[in-house]
Ligand binder design. Sequence first.
Ligand code: HGY
Ligand code: MN
Ligand code: MN
Length: 593
Amino acid sequence: MTLTLAQLNAANPAEFVALLDGIYEHSPWIAERAAAQRPFKTLAQLKVALAAVVRKATRTEQLGLMRAHPELAGKAMVAKTLTAESSQEQNQAGLTHCSPAEFERLQSLNATYSERFGLPFILAVRGPRGTGLTRTQIIETFARRVLGSHEFEFAESLHNIDRIAEIRLNDKFAQQPLLGQQVWDWAEALARHSEESDPNRLSVTYLSEAHRACAADLQGWMREAGFDEVHQDAVGNVVGIYHGTDPSARRLLTGSHFDTVRDGGRFDGRLGILVPLVAVRELHRTGKRLPFGIEVVGFAEEEGLRYPATFLASSALVGAFEPAWLEQLDANGIPMRAAMQAAGLPGTMAAIQALQRDAARYLGFVEVHIEQGPVLAELNLPLGVVTSINGSVRLLGEVLGVASHAGTTPMNRRHDALAAAAELVLYVEERASSVKSVVGTVGMLEVPGGSVNVVPGCCRFSVDIRATTDGARNTCLADVWRQFDEICSDRGLEYSLDEVMRVPAAPSDPDWQHRWETAVAALGLPVHHLPSGAGHDAMKLHDLLPQAMLFVRGENAGISHNPLESSTCDDIDLAVQAFQHLLAQLATEKLPR
Ligand code: HGY
Ligand code: MN
Ligand code: MN
């Protein structure tokens, strides 16, 4: 019998608890405490309320909840004393059909985990897609998490308990996050294209073969979804246009990037293309046209991996593409112009300048993204509304010392380029840590042609400084410059430090931020506001159009720029629903012609 919110809201407290029996293992107290928060207007609201009860519980209650969970392929499974739900889940995950080696591995992991944490290892074996992890994925996750910190494991166990409850609730309500699963499957398909030989590593840099394959996939899916116009533009952006009732009506601009960092995640950027894509598909499938057009852009380059110029793709749309960028060389000495022409793009400023958008043709720019770190995971919230995107500045530096024999050069006679850079690395960390709203990173550090037995004569590095305000960013930058000058003069070393990118902080447009707030609230979710520590194409579009962003919770404590980056189909589905709500709400407004 399919459960409904009406039933839950109308039930008396005892019936309410009974209707939710089995959602949490042997722990009716959670439903008992959530009952008082009725009525629930959405399933998402009920899930968040139940998770909040768990977080507000005492540590003893939380530990009791964890201990109520069975081990994976453990004694309870062997003795067939699992709850019906756990038995079905472990069965579906194939844990009842382990090979002897797998079974052995799981017993040893269970023993190690129990010894380290005094708890059973808890994992939602139905996984982020909701349809089941493989035994290999389960064992890999187990082997990774058994090494984690106690603090991380405590939070991760509670998060997995929430996820198990979420999936069980979906089953009771016969509700599956189908649009979220479609986005998930598209992201999986895109992740097949990578420049790495290892199939588990995802690297897609500007105009590489993998990049071009992604562009082809995105164009194909846009055509299948019913976009009226689909093309790739002169910098490689994939552009899909779904007209409004009047094709000349202004458009909502949206999208994000499909290039990645090296060994990156499969949702960074891509989520912001695929969420609007599936929303347009739903409009087309139901034969709906809105009083405005929707233009979805897959930006071809945002991370700045192959060439120093970052945001080059969204820069083209706002008329900020710099001619000098065409001469930039990649690590193989290939100029950007040549890379463009090899990919069949014109590689001319005339063609690129023609991409500049006319603000009068658009209503604004919105972007959905996953890169928000651990905030939403810690708050147990699926979505967050962005208030501002941090401003950032990037530098590439080089220290020149004297390469000399590691054995014969006395310590007080060295000109060690790497030691100087190392001092700077620690200074950047210390200075950025001293101001809450500032972050500083040296992400690249290399001794070109270095050897074990040679004092480094040259060291190259990068510096990335960000802050919620340009003022805080600039004072940190000035301090880093000053300190670096002091380090190098004390050591008698030459240096160069070139700024390669500077993007101002981009506060969200109040009206568009409010549209996201209204959309999130309509889903029955608390509206949490947060700044973006990561940079996004929205900060370039900010120069042309009013913009605001929506963040989606990430799995694995919200990690990004890492293959562990992930999200659940339920959270992605909520992002699609929020986007659809924003469209529907915009359609009711009196829009400029
Ligand atoms: O670095 C950033 O913030 C983004 O991922 N490009
Ligand atoms: Mn990124
Ligand atoms: Mn990104």
